[in-house]
Design a binder for this molecule. Sequence first.
Ligand code: ZN
Length: 89
Amino acid sequence: MKRILPIILLILMVVFIASFVYSLMAERGDKINRSQISEYKYVASRLKEPFHYPTCRWAQKISEENLIGFKTRQQALDSGRRPCKVCKP
Ligand SMILES: [Zn+2]
């Protein structure tokens, strides 16, 4: 029985670290190039709050080095962003 405790602690630690890493990845969105924009449903600037449909005129103004993509709306919301008021994603 004594040997099982460290194993349980280890599993808990692994689960904790994995969920932490996953949440970091989800929050950042994927850094993308303009050519990849069609693979994503939503885009945003790394530096700014709103997220857009790729077709939005504001999305076109995001410079390529700051462009990030989200595959789901939830992912964009989870990153702390709000929907753009122009394209209303
Ligand atoms: Zn927009």
